[in-house]
Design a protein around this ligand. Structure first.
Ligand code: PEP
Length: 251
């Protein structure tokens, strides 16, 4: 049985004041005992959130890390070891906004994944197809190749300490959500890709769905057999909505 996870990606949002309000709101939520809950604030706010949530069950992750695990001369970047030192437990790698808008290749994503694990962080590997790729019938091939890039470079066993998030690009921030059936098809294909290398491990890996998840859509999505929770963007900026999505994962 896989333990569900719900993670909030705050993206490039927040001021010290609005982050303090969000922390307050999260502290008032009742989170289900059987669900892992995480938030990913901007780098600037990681320490504020780690300190503000120290007493609770919500863990903190970063939205990105450098390809290097160790500190050094790399202006503007943050090493995975620095994130670990700041008490982050997870890090997103390969979010589509970084792949598409910032040109992050699979090779870069793999290096970040490896750096994260070498610093004791759990990477959350984001994969997903664009609308054009879906319309061309390429969804499963695209997603399989993004997962295969990591397997090919690092071996399937690295997924023992990682999470995968399937996030169709056309559903991110658009208000369009993949139907539970569409999402399940891709989640099952990702698990199948892992199973080709290690069937036991494949059954253990958590695969989250992301793309305009809201409390009203969460229960049905999370009820699908291969969907183990969600990566939530916009809706995670509202503590009550995020709390309700977490409770949907526990129901
Ligand atoms: C995301 O960016 O990871 C995401 C899922 O965003 P949204 O929920 O806003 O679509």
């Amino acid at each position: 049985m896989r333990r569900p996870m719900v993670a909030g990606n705050w993206k490039m949002h927040g001021t010290r004041a609005s982050v303090a309000e969000l922390i307050d709101g999260l502290c008032k939520q009742v989170f289900p005992a059987g669900v892992d809950v995480a938030v990913f604030p901007s780098m600037l706010h990681v320490s504020q959130v780690v300190e503000g949530l120290a007493e609770g069950v919500v863990v903190v992750g970063a939205q990105d890390c450098a390809t290097e695990s160790q500190q050094g001369a790399l202006t503007g970047e943050v090493a995975s070891s620095q994130l670990h030192d700041a008490r982050c437990e997870l890090v997103l790698v390969g979010h589509s906004e970084r792949r598409i808008l910032l040109g992050e290749s699979d090779e870069v994503v793999v290096r970040k994944f490896a750096a994260a694990q070498s610093s004791g962080l759990v990477p959350v590997l984001c994969v997903g197809e664009t609308l054009a790729q879906r319309q061309a019938g390429e969804t499963l091939a695209v997603v399989a190749s993004q997962v295969s890039a990591v397997i090919g470079a690092l071996g399937v066993e690295v997924f023992d300490r990682a999470v995968i998030a399937y996030e169709p690009v056309w559903a991110i921030g658009t208000g369009l959500t993949a139907s539970p059936e569409q999402a399940q098809e891709v989640h099952a294909a990702i698990r199948e890709r892992l199973a080709k290398c290690d069937a036991v491990l494949a059954r253990k890996v958590r695969i989250l769905y992301g793309g305009s998840v809201k409390a009203v859509t969460a229960t049905e999505l999370f009820g699908m057999p291969d969907i183990d929770g969600g990566l939530v963007g916009g809706a995670s900026l509202n503590a009550d909505e995020f709390g309700a999505i977490c409770r949907a994962a526990g129901s």
